[in-house]
Design a protein around this ligand. Structure first.
Ligand SMILES: Nc1ncnc2c1ncn2[C@@H]1O[C@H](COP(=O)(O)OP(=O)(O)OP(=O)(O)O)[C@@H](O)[C@H]1O
Ligand SMILES: [Mg+2]
Length: 351
């Protein structure tokens, strides 16, 4: 790991806030703090924070409950606030690239370039072709400012703003490495989004968000059974634990999961068609909705490849007494983003 102190990872998701803190030891990182707190519905809609005071309150609460004293944090954003493109540019030096990148971004990003932060990573240099492949990332300034302002209102110091998909990739890479000869997808299905990141030749080759996640499943139960949303959520969680109160709920969930899996498959097909990469070796699933075996099965059935859950703490043992084991077990699937963020250091480059 790089130099510096670990930042507190703060994942402000649509349904809940997740926070993690790691401590670096000679044997590698250890999880020392963990917090989770739900957010009221409609606090965040389509990635926009509609109820700032609810988020500030929840941040204060989750830091207190998790006994986290450090205030330097890494945040992340996702969804429509972010555009990620793989592009090819002529070979150039890092200095030339720094100068050229705004112009390149203007060609590829469908927003006014003044409204976005632009960042990039060199994926591959291909001197024989005189070209290099970049991952171009643009994040809307307004959205980044919304999240960092909220963090400041909660007396936190945002040091890094990352992208959900990359934080999950980081934690995956830390746990498993990126197999060089395999193409695989990491899919994070949360409350409002299913985000897909396809990794090929050890780098992100394609990302796409689908605007459906666990909320969509609960809303269908709500609508078809005529029950309040909270009740629908409870029914859904019962079904995922194998204790369905009513067989109709299982069949609603099957139908919705199959439609989400269908949308995911259309993105995978698009990737295959446009990249010329014929094979998908495996799919890794995370996010709260990955708790639903029906979703995992539906994705596997459509994609015809093995689907595996990401065990987020495979190589990160717990240290000390502050991590509540029940909380950890109940929320494991929801922790990849916060954990990936908590691997970031205070001396790193900032967005
Ligand atoms: N045991 C469970 N069974 C079924 N669904 C679950 C379970 N636990 C959580 N969920 C669902 O997972 C979703 C929350 O997951 P997560 O915390 O990953 O999302 P988020 O980060 O809040 O949202 P987003 O990333 O979309 O903004 C909710 O829809 C919730 O109902
Ligand atoms: Mg999320």
């Amino acid at each position: 790991m790089s130099e510096g102190k670990n930042l507190v990872g703060v994942d402000i998701g649509t349904s809940s806030i997740k926070v993690c803190q790691l401590k670096d030891t000679r044997k590698g990182p250890r999880l020392v703090k963990l917090g989770y707190t739900p957010l009221p519905r409609q606090t965040i809609v389509d990635g926009h924070i509609l109820n700032a005071s609810a988020v500030v309150e929840a941040l204060n609460r989750v830091f207190t409950e998790a006994k986290i004293k450090d205030r330097d944090v890494a945040l992340s954003i996702s969804g429509q606030a972010v555009i990620i493109r793989k592009i090819t540019v002529p070979m150039m030096t890092p200095a030339e690239l720094d100068e050229q990148i705004q112009w390149e971004a203007e060609q590829h990003i469908p927003f006014d370039i003044k409204d976005v932060h632009v960042d990039y990573e060199v994926l591959r240099r291909r001197p024989e072709a005189g070209q290099m492949d970049l991952l171009l990332v643009a994040a809307k300034r307004e959205e980044v400012a919304d999240y960092t302002d909220i963090a400041r209102q909660a007396k936190l110091r945002p040091v890094v703003v990352d992208i959900d998909a990359f934080t999950v990739q980081n934690i995956f890479e830390f746990n498993r490495g990126l197999p060089p000869d395999q193409t695989f997808a990491i899919i994070n299905v949360g409350a409002s989004l299913a985000s897909i990141n396809i990794i090929s030749k050890e780098a992100s080759a394609f990302t796409r968000d689908i605007a459906n996640g666990g909320n969509y499943i609960s809303e269908q139960i709500q609508k078809q059974l005529g029950v309040p949303f909270e009740q629908a959520e409870e029914f859904k969680v019962m079904v995922s634990a194998g204790t369905s109160p009513n067989p109709q709920i299982g069949s609603i969930i099957d139908t919705v999961c199959d439609s989400i899996a269908g949308e995911i498959q259309r993105s995978l097909d698009f990737f295959h068609a446009t990249s010329g990469e014929p094979e998908m070796h495996r799919i890794f699933l995370t996010g709260g909705s990955s708790n639903l075996p029906q979703l995992m099965n539906a994705i596997g059935r459509r994609a015809r490849v093995g689907v595996e859950l990401i065990p987020p703490l495979e190589r990160i043992p717990i240290e000390g007494k502050d991590v509540n084991p029940q909380l950890l077990q109940a929320r494991a699937a929801q922790l990849c983003v916060a954990l990936g963020l908590s691997m970031r250091k205070d001396r790193e480059r900032r967005l």
